[in-house]
Ligand binder design. Structure first.
Ligand code: AMP
Length: 362
């Protein structure tokens, strides 16, 4: 089967890498000439809403998936007339709008930080009054990796913060004093079969994911799975869904969901029996799902901005390097490293060794 992927970045590249052993083939629709999935797929180099490219995809692919959230809804609607699109465009429409997303969490009984919509000066002042400060003002759409958001401290001028994010429709959220950030990745097959990966602890630097560690028999695993299950079943979802949470004691507050393979699941390539990429493809292509169990204690480190000396890195025993074929730029994810060890202490030691080799450039 040929799978069409909207977007041609590293997620599409890793999907293709996982899909060839299953006999799948890939076409990406991606406007950039130097797409990092380009070498692994046929490349329709057009805008996401180009009618000819969409027509081609409906004729030559068995199903369509996407690797990022900002695909035009009209393009998905066009494709859906003739070919299955997974995950459901309804999940995408919800995930790309922080207000719809938070309201859905609330409707499904999934805890969140307190929040209020902001689309006028009046609403902004009401929201500050109700939620209090400190709080975070976030644009409803087009925010990622900490972009489009401002933290408001007591005494700050809310209007100034709103101007800073472009006076766009936004939400104000209470600032959560969390202990940890964790995420769960679930996958639902076409027939409703469900699997979940172990919870992952995430560490960010300047709003960008830097490090993910898989957790073992974490007491919050079943709570996270339950929340993820509600979302998967709500949408009749097919494919991988990631949900990010703030942990406060034994509670999980959902921050956001991503209807796609996710950076906090990259460790599964070497660290789980079947990776998130393969399971996403199995789901969208209508195959049975694979085992999501971990093979050990895994750490995933993003390589951001600039690459370290690769020979030194590769000399570390057991280190797995993934490069995305991108040029250096501040804040850009250029690749990642996975470490996998039988016991936790060995992983900590290996992680310290690798961290000392990274310049921490972002
Ligand atoms: P987001 O774009 O919503 O994923 O936010 C990026 C990062 O900002 C999160 O991973 C958190 O570290 C931090 N953050 C976002 N929202 C909040 C919040 N309500 N309270 C505390 N930290 C937050």
């Amino acid at each position: 089967m040929r799978i069409g992927i909207l977007g041609g970045g590293q997620l599409a590249r890793m999907l293709a890498l996982a899909g060839y052993p299953l006999g799948l083939e890939f076409t990406i629709l991606e406007p950039a000439a130097d797409a990092c999935a380009g070498p692994l797929a046929t490349h329709l180099q057009s805008a996401y809403d180009d009618p000819e490219a969409l027509e081609w995809l409906t004729r030559h692919t068995g199903c369509i998936t996407y690797e990022f959230e900002n695909v035009p809804a009209e393009a998905l609607a066009r494709l859906q007339q003739d070919v299955p699109v997974h995950p459901s465009p309804a999940a995408l429409a919800t995930a790309r709008d922080r207000l719809l997303e938070k309201r859905l969490f609330q409707d499904l009984g999934i805890e969140t930080a307190v929040f209020a919509p902001v689309s006028s000066k009046r609403e902004l002042l009401d929201a500050v009054e109700r939620i209090g400060l400190p709080a975070v003002l976030k644009s409803r759409t087009l925010g990622y990796d900490g972009k489009g958001q401002v933290v408001l401290q007591p005494g700050d001028d809310p209007l100034e913060a709103w101007v800073a994010i472009g006076r766009v429709p936004a939400i104000l959220e209470g600032l959560v004093a969390f202990e940890r950030e964790v995420s769960v990745i679930g996958v639902r097959g076409r027939g409703g079969e469900l699997r979940f990966y172990p919870l992952v602890e995430n560490h960010h630097q300047q709003g960008i994911l830097r490090l993910s560690l898989n957790l073992h028999e974490d007491p919050l695993q079943s709570l996270a799975e339950g929340y993820c299950r509600r979302l998967l079943n709500h949408f009749g979802y097919v494919g991988v869904l990631a949900v990010e949470f703030f942990q406060v004691e034994d509670r999980l507050l959902a921050n956001e969901m991503a209807p796609r393979v996710h950076n906090s699941g990259h460790w599964t390539i070497e660290g789980a029996v079947v990776s998130q990429f393969e399971n996403h493809l199995r789901a969208v292509a209508g195959m049975p799902l694979g085992d999501t169990s971990a093979l050990g204690h895994a750490a995933m480190l993003n390589l951001i901005g600039e690459l370290p000396d690769l020979d030194t890195l590769l000399a570390v025993p057991g280190l797995h390097l993934h490069l995305y074929g991108k040029s250096s730029r501040p804040g850009r994810k250029l690749g990642h490293i996975t470490l996998l060890e039988r016991d936790e202490n060995a992983l900590r030691e290996k992680l310290a060794q690798v961290n000392s080799l990274l310049s921490n450039s972002l």
